[in-house]
Design a binder for this molecule. Structure first.
Ligand code: CO
Length: 312
């Protein structure tokens, strides 16, 4: 299947191979939920998904005036996982399984929709009154066919539980949300092997991450500029709002800060499922018939509804 990757492999100084770059995708601007604006490298008309990742939405750090806040009120999901990573601000969520809570800066919510939930994802109530800055990400991770109808589950991980590793020089800082990096292991449990790192590097520092050769790997740049790939072979420059997609093959992914400032990015990697993808809005299954079933189940109320208490 992946026989073409061999010519993309190039040696690096440590004798291991470094992945070259497949492409750089510039994100589009789009509206989500009740109409808040996001940056989206995929899905777009030209790039549907990067197996097993189905969507990457960057809610940019917008300063909201009172009354401007918008979220994603009650909506369903089935067949995959939604991962919310908040960098600034405060969100409130609740769902049809009876879960509710707040997400604050640095927190991660890893929700496995499985057979289906209805949830709402809203800026905290104070934003509607006072305004403020919200900044974060939502990533959709596909589930293998065998897990698509599993019972829903939540992992709400506060920032203080997420390992952060730094080098001695203070030029590299890695928050290990899923997988492993620089000797630290994530606390989040993923259904299929995923690595999700928030990497900040300064002052032209280099970063090398070892990843299984079969993983699909990408880097979404939040801010700053970097050089990606093997300097002994071919490198590519990319900057904020761009997604760098690495070619398969090679044990390491390498990048460096390129302007003497700070490069901040999300490194996302995962073992591809290699299964058919049928998607329609909030449902991602393997066949069109399963999508139709999901819509019927949603319309007939089988995904439940959110029970709202007297306080929120
Ligand atoms: Co949602």
């Amino acid at each position: 299947m992946d026989t073409t990757f061999i010519d993309a492999v190039s040696p690096s100084s440590n004798g291991q191979s470094v992945r070259s770059i497949d492409k750089v995708v510039t994100s589009i601007q789009a509206k989500e939920g009740a109409g808040f604006s996001i940056r989206r490298p995929f899905p777009t008309q030209s790039l549907s998904f990067i197996d097993p990742f189905l969507l990457l939405d960057h809610m940019e750090p917008l300063k909201l005036v009172p009354g401007q806040a918008k979220g994603a009120p009650d909506h369903p999901h089935r067949g995959f996982e939604t991962v919310t990573y908040l960098l600034e601000g405060k969100m409130h969520h609740e769902d049809s399984a009876g879960n509710s809570g707040h997400l604050e800066a640095g927190d991660v919510q890893w929700m496995t929709a499985g057979a289906g939930v209805i949830h709402s994802e809203m800026p905290d109530v104070e934003y509607f009154k006072d305004g403020g800055v919200l900044h974060g990400f939502q990533i959709w991770v596909n589930l293998p066919a065998v897990d698509k109808m599993m019972p829903p589950r939540y992992q709400d991980i506060p920032s203080r539980m997420i390992p952060v590793v730094q080098n001695d020089e203070g030029t590299i800082r890695v928050k290990v949300i899923a997988g492993e990096s620089m000797g630290a292991s994530a606390v989040i449990d993923t259904r299929t092997p995923i690595t999700f790192l928030h990497v900040d590097i300064k002052s032209r520092a280099n970063f090398l991450q070892s990843l299984p050769e079969n993983y699909n790997v990408m880097a979404y740049i939040i801010s700053g500029s970097g050089t990606f790939g093997d300097p002994k072979a071919e490198t590519v420059e990319a900057s904020a709002d761009q997604l760098v997609v690495f070619r398969k093959g090679g044990k390491n992914v390498r990048f460096a800060e390129s302007e003497g400032g700070t490069l901040s990015l999300l490194l996302l990697a995962g073992a591809p499922l290699g299964e058919p993808v049928a998607r329609y809005g909030p449902f991602v299954m393997n066949t069109e018939e399963e999508i139709k079933q999901a819509m019927r189940d949603y319309q007939s109320g089988k995904l439940g509804s959110i029970e709202r208490g007297s306080k929120r």
